[in-house]
Write a protein that binds this ligand. Structure first.
Ligand code: ACO
Length: 376
């Protein structure tokens, strides 16, 4: 690349491709999936309907939805070889590492699903259906819970919650998870989706693309932020300490997890919706401690830094109140975003162009070879 070309660090505001899947209006705080506002989807849709919308580009009819539900429920069981692999992993392995390993291993046990192209929709649905089982199999072993049953009568959200708890969720809890899954399902070219599309753009298979994406989502600047929000709430402890703790962190130039966003310049609309769910679930449990602490942190961070909450601020409080362990918050994010990743991978196969940007080289170009014995 010509020296002197302008570098967009972090590819900020770079438009890399055309997509029909998801639109973020960062100034107005709007998020659109395939033409539908996220507020409408969170109010009316189920996760399965949103998955259909993202994969096929339109809302399903009643029979299409019933068929997809049935297919996802029938694809929940994982191969025994994979279950044995999960059993062989250390019980204290980080869940995102387990998930990354399992996604990759599933491809080895199901080689028929891996050819790139439109037939990859089979792999997309298989992975979406299997992720809760993978997480539940791993978690239930370490938590000494009874083994997982397929429970085909449960919706995807209720099955995910059941897999991670020792009980089926209440109707309110299942709907809270359903809404959280809808809100996390896609978000344009975020880091993990971009990673998936880069991998798919080499004509690699969908499982490899999702493995890349899981690795990218794990980082605390992306999916890993939700767990750390709860660590912050623990550190604050009492409402009266919120000011002091947050201001101390900002003075030390530490980032406050759950705030700021590369694209949104106002509040993330997903945060607005999940804030209500954080309150609703808190009220149903008679425990508004997290909700109140979060509200205070929002006030302080906005006053001190002018930053707005993102989705990760509120998701953890919803999951924690339902009883989902903290180290599974980011895997729950993945169990939703897998739909967006795979929709993007399918779009990439449909309009393939190898993604291969350049760097601006800023190192030397005229060094002479030094024999190894002469090097210092
Ligand atoms: N806490 C404190 N300061 C912040 C935060 C934050 N959460 N976010 C941004 N800033 C500050 C930066 O320090 C910087 O200040 P400066 O100009 O005085 O140095 C300024 O805001 C701009 O920050 P950038 O890092 O340039 O913004 P960027 O677009 O790269 O950051 C990001 C986006 C990574 C999400 C950032 O806001 C952040 O680190 N947030 C915390 C982690 C988080 O919540 N991640 C989840 C994002 S949503 C998701 O992935 C689902």
């Amino acid at each position: 690349m010509a020296q002197g070309s302008e570098v967009q660090r972090g590819l900020e505001d770079v438009v890399a491709l055309e997509s029909r899947i998801c639109f973020i209006d960062g100034k107005e705080g709007r998020l659109i999936y395939r033409g539908y506002d996220i507020r409408e989807l969170a109010a009316h849709a189920t996760f399965e309907e949103v998955a259909y919308l993202l994969w096929y580009g339109r809302l399903p009819t009643a029979s299409q939805l019933a068929e997809l539900r049935g297919r996802l429920a029938s694809l929940r069981t994982i191969p025994p070889e994979l279950a044995r692999q999960l059993d062989a992993l250390p019980a204290d392995a980080p869940p995102m590492d387990v998930l990354r390993t399992a996604v990759s291993a599933l491809a080895v046990f199901e080689p028929g699903e891996t050819s790139p192209g439109p037939s990859s929709i089979g792999g997309a649905q298989r992975l979406t259906a299997a992720l809760p089982t993978i997480l539940g199999t791993y978690h239930r072993r370490r938590a000494h819970l009874p083994p997982l049953e397929a429970r085909p009568e449960l919706s995807h959200a209720a099955y995910l919650a059941y897999a991670l708890l020792d009980r089926a969720p209440s109707e309110l809890e299942a709907r809270a998870i359903d809404v959280a899954l809808i809100l996390h399902a896609d978000h344009d070219l975020n880091a993990s989706t971009f990673a998936a599309r880069v991998t798919a753009s080499t004509l690699s298979d969908l499982y490899s693309a999702v493995t890349s994406a899981v690795g990218a989502l794990k980082g605390p600047l992306h999916g890993g932020a939700n767990e750390r929000v709860l660590d912050l709430l623990d550190e604050i402890g009492e409402l009266e300490r919120a000011d002091e703790v947050v201001r101390g962190k900002l003075a030390r130039h530490e980032r406050i997890m759950g705030f700021g966003h590369r694209v949104y310049k106002v509040e993330d609309p997903r945060a607005t919706i999940l804030r209500e769910w954080s309150r609703k679930i808190g009220e149903s449990k008679g425990d508004l401690r997290y909700y109140r602490l979060l509200q205070r942190v929002v006030e302080v961070v906005h006053r001190e830094k002018g930053l707005y909450p993102n989705i990760d601020l509120y998701s953890g409080s919803v999951y924690a109140l339902i009883g989902i362990p903290r180290d599974l918050f980011t895997p729950v994010f993945a169990a939703s975003r897998v739909v967006g990743w795979t929709a993007h991978v399918l779009e990439e196969y449909d309009d393939l162009r190898l993604i291969r940007p350049r760097s601006q080289y800023v190192g030397p170009t005229d060094l002479s070879w030094t024999p190894i014995g002469d090097r210092k």
